[in-house]
Design a protein around this ligand. Structure first.
Ligand code: SAH
Ligand code: AVI
Length: 333
């Protein structure tokens, strides 16, 4: 996450364009400070993903309790023939690409003569994630071209290259971390940028037995707790603040009414935190929380609704054997 110097980074021969500084470090600071001074304090989950946070998320995907990754990989393992789309000369744009392991599963199913006509754009807020992923992809696949894009998809979708034939991929149920308003903005903006016939492959975690969901966010190794607490180190870095993660506990529970997991950091003591180089302070009572993430779970009805927001119809719906996760293929009408 590098909000300071805009530049083109080279990973071997591959270019990575960092667009984050265009938002301005002061906008980012203001965004964080506004959340920390709200009645219910909150931090956007996009701040989880510094180098350490991206590594911790990858560790989460290996946990036995964190079912979404395995369910989605099961579906992805045979997706290309089921999608039945012409991938020749297409641009594949993967939003929130992380370690790119899921797109790799798709590339493995594409014949080399077609793969060599495809351009891949991994888009992520984490520069370290993009750089590591590019190394792995270039070693294993002969694509036409790869260009990495470090950007915030809430604010910078318009910077993504536009050409006639594009397939957007948004996997891992990262859309579950969006508020209702963010989903609306995102789908509207994405839909407006798509050309008729373009595709959007979306991975979503579905509503299910709440015990399964709660266990996924309260793993026995405490990796999710480390991931949650690490956000405070990221905030300290961006806003010159003095949060001590040891003074907080991980709290994650399913909110039935909202159909979402909520993650919070709960203060274990009464405390005062100095923010923005001592220019601002906030207090937290013992037991008070900072809300760090929502992870909405979806239903088929909700999926239809979000497609409509972007002027897309559902062209295909694919589930794992337990029907815990869905891949939806939307087509722009
Ligand atoms: N798609 C991968 C990673 C999911 S984790 C998988 O399924 O395993 C969520 C990813 O989205 C992380 O890599 C994180 O860095 C990225 N991300 C989160 N918020 C973002 C934002 N606002 N803009 C761009 N990328 C973001
Ligand atoms: C990236 N995102 C979809 C994950 C999720 O399940 O909401 C992030 C995560 N938070 C805790 N564990 C994993």
């Amino acid at each position: 996450m590098n909000f300071i110097d805009e530049r083109v980074i080279k990973v071997g021969e591959t270019e990575v364009l960092n667009f984050l500084p265009r938002r301005g470090i002061n906008n980012v600071k203001q965004e964080i400070l506004a959340g920390l001074t709200s009645p219910q304090k909150y931090i956007s989950p996009k701040f989880f993903y510094d180098k350490k946070g991206s590594e911790l998320f990858n560790a989460i995907t290996q946990l036995k309790e964190y079912y979404p990754t395995n369910c989605e990989k099961e579906i992805l393992s045979s997706i290309v023939s089921r999608l039945n789309i012409d991938l020749r000369n297409i641009d594949i744009i993967e939003l929130g690409s992380g370690d790119s392991s899921k797109i790799s599963s798709i590339f493995r199913q594409i014949a080399p003569d077609i793969l060599s006509t495809i351009t891949y754009y991994p888009v992520d807020i984490s520069q370290s994630a993009i750089s590591n992923a590019i190394q792995g992809i270039t070693e294993r696949f002969e694509l036409r071209k790869i260009t990495g894009i470090v950007a915030d998809f809430h604010h910078q979708l318009d910077l993504i290259p536009n050409k006639d034939k594009r397939l957007f991929c948004f996997l891992g149920s990262t859309i579950g971390n969006f508020s209702k308003r963010e989903v609306d903005n995102f789908m509207t903006e994405l839909g407006a940028s798509m050309n008729k016939g373009d595709g959007f492959l979306l991975g979503v975690d579905m509503v299910k037995d709440t015990r399964v969901i709660n266990a996924a966010y309260n793993d026995s190794k405490g990796i999710t707790a480390q991931f949650n607490k690490n956000i405070l180190n990221v905030i300290n870095h961006h806003t010159q603040s003095d949060f001590n993660p040891d003074n907080f506990e991980h709290l994650a529970y399913y909110n039935d009414e909202q159909q979402r997991i909520e993650m919070h950091l709960q203060s274990t003591i009464p405390q005062t935190i100095m923010l923005n180089n001592n220019q601002l302070s906030i207090t937290l009572g013992k037991g008070e929380t900072i809300h760090t993430e929502n992870s909405y779970k979806y239903t088929i009805d909700k999926l239809k609704q979000i497609g409509e927001m972007g002027g897309m119809r559902i062209g295909g719906l694919y589930s794992d054997a337990k029907e815990w996760f869905n891949l939806v293929y939307f087509v722009k009408g």
